[in-house]
Design a binder for this molecule. Structure first.
Ligand code: 13P
Length: 251
């Protein structure tokens, strides 16, 4: 059985002090949560402070990006080892905002994924179509294309550690969530491709998160779908009560 996994992507929000205040609010709300794996992904500048604030809690820590090289002349970038040693178990890779604004491509996503796996991290790889692509009937081509690109050369023994997040771009930050049926349809498609690539055992072990305007009032229905194993939460992750309610909906 897959353990549901809910992660908060805080994007470019919160100073270190504000980040610590948010996790201090979250900790008691999630103290009894054992059925759901939970992580928060604050900006780099808050990682160490949040790691300290999370000591002794079961909430995990993640980063929002990672570089593919171990070290070198890459101004402004952060390696997987740097993240690990700052307390990060998880790294979000290939978020649509990074693909759109910061030139992440299927190729760089693949390199980042390879680096994160090599370092022993749990990568959260994002895929999803734009509204234009959906309306042009290209969901399958886009999502499976991104998936194939990300997974080039990744072996079955490493693949079960990967978390995939289906985030339709048109649902991110718009308040327009995919219906549970729309989301499940794409999740089933992804699971099918994973089966073809890695066989049923590995495919059934991989967690598939849904992301895009998940809120306390739509989370339970989304998470009840057979191939939706939790969520990657943006805006609602910045409010402790909302995030805790979403986590509870996954349990
Ligand atoms: P929202 O929940 O704000 O729509 O963001 C989703 C997202 O991009 C998570 O990575």
């Amino acid at each position: 059985m897959r353990k549901p996994f809910v992660a908060g992507n805080w994007k470019m929000h919160k100073t270190a002090a504000e980040a610590v205040a948010l996790v201090e609010e979250l900790k008691p709300l999630l103290a009894d949560t054992t059925q759901v794996e939970v992580a928060v992904c604050p900006p780099y500048t808050s990682l160490v402070a949040v790691q300290q604030a999370l000591a002794g809690s079961s909430i995990g820590l993640g980063a929002q990006n990672v570089h593919w090289e171990a070290s070198g002349a890459f101004t402004g970038e952060i390696s997987a080892e740097m993240l690990l040693t700052s307390g990060c178990k998880y790294a979000i890779i290939g978020h649509s905002e990074r693909r759109q604004y910061f030139a992440d491509t299927d190729e760089t996503v693949n390199r980042k994924l390879t680096a994160a796996l090599g370092a022993g991290m749990v990568p959260i790889v994002c895929v999803g179509e734009t509204l234009e692509q959906r309306e042009a009937g290209q969901i399958e081509a886009v999502v499976l294309g991104q998936l194939n690109g990300a997974l080039q050369g990744i072996q079955a023994k490493d693949a079960s550690r990967i978390v995939l997040a289906y985030e339709p771009v048109w649902a991110i930050g718009t308040g327009k969530t995919a219906t549970s049926a729309q989301a499940e349809e794409v999740h089933a498609l992804i699971r099918g491709r994973l089966k073809a690539l890695y066989g049923p055992e590995v495919a059934d072990a991989i967690r598939l998160q849904y992301g895009g305007s998940v809120k306390p009032d739509n989370a339970a229905e989304l998470f009840a779908q057979p191939n939706i194993d939790g969520g990657l939460i943006g805006g609602a992750a910045l409010k402790a009560e909302d995030f805790a309610a979403i986590v509870q909906a996954a349990g």
